[in-house]
Design a binder for this molecule. Structure first.
Ligand code: NA7
Length: 532
């Protein structure tokens, strides 16, 4: 081992979560070290470079709130910023707050073990670096462990294979290529229209169709942006009252769709369709709670698909039959219309699954679809993948893998009993992927920093979640999910997309309630945390 040193804190990951955490801890005078497996900052936005990649939360709301100067001086160009611009923003933040000096890039943390005697963590990287620290903060992201299904013959494929979540930095030229893409989640829905424009042909392998509403992306109106900048604090405060910490600029309705006449239902849904994006689910108050209500909005989207897609069979194949919004809603630019192109075809792999990848392409039943390039838009081992991908050992040698064998268990999505001084940013049991991620990480970073202040001020060495508080929290997470329609489909929120993964609903439903819970806990002297 080389260069072993003892410091206050290690932060793993230099996406938006890791950067704000490093900033807040170093501001306090703590000696901190960041490790990042990529060659630069940006996290999700560093890895996901596929064509069409953009945020599905509006840019004016998907930006840091901790620095008024940063908010005022940064300009976004589109309603929904494209990935290169968000990555540039991450780079700007890193430079502006001098974070790069705190981060070692191209360092993948492979293990972290707690020492009961010294009450410190020993953190090791795959390349043999080793650091001893008091606090360990995993800012490793919710969607950062790419999931490539173990198709038989995968390694025999003769062409180029690419995962959307690990896109080559140099880009991919699809010109003249025969391309296949597996998956129809958000990444596929964003990239398919652009790949189709470039490729000679594109074959989409669809297992489950997804609901997508138009993003209605457009250049950002400077007057709109200026107005928000003049009242940023107000927008942020109102957003914190929203279930997912965004969308306060557009009305959220609380009335039941079942109480509206068919004409009123259609008019309101049409208005929200035209507005675009996630706010479609806010057109009525019961779309996420009531199956009958949900079915009306779902049929509205299916009818849109039938109107847009020329070939009736293809349209029907694209129509989801699942609960709307149960899997993450997608926002697109020209997705459904892409199936009207002559060079695009849709293959249903729901009833007849992909059997194998052959040297030539994708085998479905007896048919092989020959492709030059194969894109895996097959998602992620969400929320727990990046945590369990690291060998993490807590008190008495208990590993996180052992503790979470039946699914993740946390207190507040921040700590797990038996793992002192070990924090997760937007971990399972926190709103995370069900809320504006940048607001979520900023809230967590501030909470963790204040908790560390409190531990230090009280003269303690270690803090951890108590078992009883954790058990009660897990119950609360389940109870809140059970009051919604989320558990009614096979989504990655439940771990259902990865074979063998325990089926547990991982995110916490409702950002405002979550913030209120955490504030109350802090006021009650960090109730549920044990110190030593
Ligand atoms: P998603 O939303 O998890 O989508 C993955 C897609 O890949 C989905 O359509 C899957 O079908 C499909 N898939 C996965 N495994 C297979 C196999 N074995 N055969 C066929 N099809 C398969 O990932 P994304 O990257 O699109 O989006 C993730 C999030 O990133 C998104 O919600 C945004 O927050 C940004 P399935 O539905 O499982 O039948």
């Amino acid at each position: 081992m080389s260069s072993k040193k003892k410091i206050d804190a290690v932060v793993v990951g230099a996406g938006f979560g890791g950067m704000i955490m490093l900033h807040l801890l170093s501001q306090r005078g703590l000696q901190v070290q960041g490790f990042e497996r990529g060659s630069d900052v940006g996290g999700t936005w560093y890895w996901n470079r596929y064509p069409g990649c953009r945020c599905d939360v509006e840019s004016m709301e998907y930006s840091y709130q901790f620095s008024k100067d940063l908010q005022q001086q940064w300009d976004w160009s589109e309603r929904y910023s494209p990935q290169p611009e968000i990555l540039a923003y991450a780079g700007h933040v890193a430079d502006r707050f001098k974070l790069r000096a705190l981060i070692e890039f191209d360092q993948s943390v492979s293990s972290a073990h707690y020492n009961d005697n010294t009450q410190t963590w020993l953190v090791e990287t795959a390349s043999g670096k080793s650091v001893e620290c008091r606090y360990l903060i995993m800012a490793t992201g919710c969607l950062s462990a790419a999931n490539t299904p173990a198709f038989p013959g995968l390694e025999t494929f003769a062409g180029e294979q690419i995962h959307t979540g690990a896109w080559p930095q140099a880009g991919v030229d699809f010109s003249g290529k025969t391309v296949g893409i597996i998956g129809t989640g958000s990444s596929a829905i964003q990239s398919i229209p652009l790949i189709a424009e470039q490729a000679a042909s594109l074959t989409v392998f669809q297992r489950t169709p997804n609901y997508s509403v138009p993003a209605q992306n457009a250049p950002l109106d400077p007057a709109f942006a200026a107005n928000i900048k003049a009242n940023y604090a107000d927008l942020n405060a109102r957003n914190r009252e929203q279930p997912a910490a965004f969308g306060a600029n557009f009305p959220r309705h609380f009335d039941s769709i079942l109480a509206a006449s068919p004409a009123e239902q259609q008019a309101r849904l049409e208005e929200y369709w035209q507005h675009g994006g996630f706010m479609f689910l806010a057109a009525f108050g019961d779309l996420g709670q009531n199956l009958e209500a949900n079915a009306i909005a779902a049929e509205f989207v299916r009818n849109k698909i039938r109107q847009i897609v020329d070939d009736p069979d293809t349209a029907e194949l694209l129509c989801p039959q699942t609960v709307l919004g149960c899997k993450r809603l997608c926002a697109d630019t020209g997705y459904y219309a892409t199936y009207n192109r002559d060079n695009v075809s849709l293959v249903d792999v729901a009833n007849e699954p992909i059997q194998a990848i052959t040297p030539q392409g994708v085998q479905v039943g007896k048919q092989v679809y020959a492709v030059d390039t194969l894109v895996f838009a097959t998602g992620f081992d969400a929320m727990t993948g990046s945590l369990l991908g690291c060998d993490i050992g807590g008190r008495h040698g208990l590993t996180l893998q052992e503790k979470w064998a039946a699914g993740p268990r946390t207190y507040l999505g921040l700590m797990s009993a038996g793992f002192p001084n070990f924090f997760m940013m937007t971990g399972p049991g926190s709103p995370s992927v069900l809320a504006n991620m940048i607001t979520g990480v900023e809230h967590h970073a501030q909470y963790i920093a204040q908790l560390i202040d409190w531990v230090g001020a009280a003269g303690y060495q270690a803090v951890e979640a108590s078992q009883t508080a954790e058990d009660a929290w897990v119950e609360r997470v389940n109870m809140r999910a059970d009051a919604t329609l989320y558990p009614k489909c096979n989504s990655w929120y439940l771990g259902a997309n990865v074979p063998g993964k325990p089926r547990v609903f991982m995110p916490y439903v409702g950002f405002p309630d979550y913030v209120e819970q955490l504030e109350g806990i802090a006021e009650r002297n960090y109730e549920g945390f044990a110190v030593s």
